[in-house]
Ligand binder design. Sequence first.
Ligand SMILES: Cc1cc2nc3c(=O)[nH]c(=O)nc-3n(C[C@H](O)[C@H](O)[C@H](O)COP(=O)(O)OP(=O)(O)OC[C@H]3O[C@@H](n4cnc5c(N)ncnc54)[C@H](O)[C@@H]3O)c2cc1C
Length: 433
Amino acid sequence: MPENTSPNVAVIGAGPAGLSAAYRLRDRARITVFEREPRPGGHANTVEVEENGRVLGLDTAFVVFNPRFYPRLCAFFAELGVETVAHPGGFEFFDLDSGLEFGTEEMELEESEIEARYAAKYPEFPDVWREVRRFHEESRRDFSRGRADMSLGEYLDRNGYSTEFRHSYLIMLCSAVWSVPAELIWEMPAATVIAFFVGHDEGGLGGRRVDWRTVGGGSISYVRKALAATGPDLRISEPVTGVRQEAHGVTVTTAAGSSTFDYVVLATHADEAFALLENPTEAQRAALEGVRYSSSRVVLHKDASLMPTVRERWGAWNYGKTKADGETRCFVTYYLNRLHDFTAEKDYFVTLDPPRPPDPDLVIAEFDYTHPVIDVALRDRQSVIYEANEGTGVKLCGSYFHSKELGPDLIGSHEAAFSAGAEAAARILDEIS
Ligand SMILES: Cc1cc2nc3c(=O)[nH]c(=O)nc-3n(C[C@H](O)[C@H](O)[C@H](O)COP(=O)(O)OP(=O)(O)OC[C@H]3O[C@@H](n4cnc5c(N)ncnc54)[C@H](O)[C@@H]3O)c2cc1C
C-alpha cells in the first residue's frame, strides 16, 4: 500500500493504456482513475448473457491476441492469473449477392484445384486467388528491401493489383484487423499492412499458424483482476473536462470540481487528450494534434443472415460483401462461439458496420467505437512520439503510440495501448526515484 507521502497520480481513462499505467504505479503512488463511462475497460467491453444458468462473456471490441505480438499483455495476464483460451482461427469470405464464398481452405489449395472448383461459376475468382498468392510473395520481398514506404493504395497502384483483388480480398482482411472503414484502408502505410501479414500469417486474424487467443470469460475478466490488484480510487461515470499543467502539479477538472495531482496519465484517445489539455508543450502538441479517428458501429446479435449461407463454412472471422444503396459495402462478422471457443445453444455474432440492420428482435447490444486511423502521418510521428513524455507533469499514452519492443508498425492494438501505458508509468517512476 503506497504511503501518504507517495505521489498523487490521476489516470484519465480506464482502457488498457490507463489500466496498464495504474497497475505499474500501484505500489509507488496513490492512484485515482477517472472514467467517463459507467464501466471501466474502454475497448475491453464484454457483454455477459445468461444461457441456461450459465454466464457467457461476449467481447464486442478487443477480442484476440497472441503471445508473439502481445508480449507485455500476455506477461500481465500471466501475472494476474487471467485465463486465456486458444481458438482454431479460420476465415471465410462471402458475397451476399453473387453467392461466391471462399476461405482458409481455398487459400491452401493448388491453382488447378481452384480452377476446377470455381472457374465455371465464378470465372473472375481464380484471378483474384492468383493475385492473393502474388501479393503475399512480392510484398514480403518489397517490405524486406524497404520498397513499401508509401500508402497501401499507392503500393497497389504501382504494382498493378486489380480492383477485384482489393475489394474481394484485401479490404476485408484489413478492415477487420484495424477496425477501420473500408474507404480508409488505402491510406494505411503499406509497410504496416505487409508487416502484419509477414509477422502473423497470410490469413491475418484468421491465420491458422498463429496462436490466437481470447480471454476466458471475456476481456472484462482481466479488467476486473487488474482493478482488484491495483486498488485505485475509481471514479466511474466522471468525465474529465480539463487538464492544466501548473508550475507544481497538474490540475484536473470534472463536474465535481478541480483537484491537483503530482502527475497525470492521460490515457484517452489522442483527439480527446488534445481537447482536454489546456496548455500542451510543443512535444505534446506534436504527439496529439491531427491524429485522425474513425468510428465503427458494432452490433452484438444472433441474426445468422449476416453470416455465410452454409453453416459448415462459418469461420471465426467472416468477411461479407454486398451492394447496399448502389454502393459495395464490406463488413465483418465475428462468430463468437468459435472465437471464445464455447458451445452454446444459441449462436452469437458481432458485426462491424452492418450493411443493413440485423433483425431487431435478435440484437443484444450496440456500440459506437472510435479507433485511430493508421495512416502514413501517424506512422511518421512514431519516431518522436515518446519524447512527449519527457519531464512533463502529464504523460500521454494510448493505442496511437507504438509498442517500443515491437517497433513503429505495431500501432492501434491492445498491446500498443498496454505497452504505451506501461511506458508512461515508467517515466513517472524514473522521475520520482
Ligand atoms: C471493434 C474493435 C475491435 C478491436 N479488436 C481488437 C482485437 O481483437 N485485438 C486487439 O489487439 N485490438 C483490438 N482493437 C483495438 C484495441 O482494443 C484498442 O486499440 C485499445 O483498446 C485502445 O486502448 P486505449 O486505452 O488507447 O483506448 P480505449 O480502450 O478506448 O480506452 C480509453 C478510455 O478513456 C475513457 N475516456 C475518454 N475520454 C475521457 C474523459 N474525458 N474522462 C474520463 N475518461 C475518458 C474512455 O471512456 C475509455 O474507457 C479493437 C478495436 C475496435 C474498435
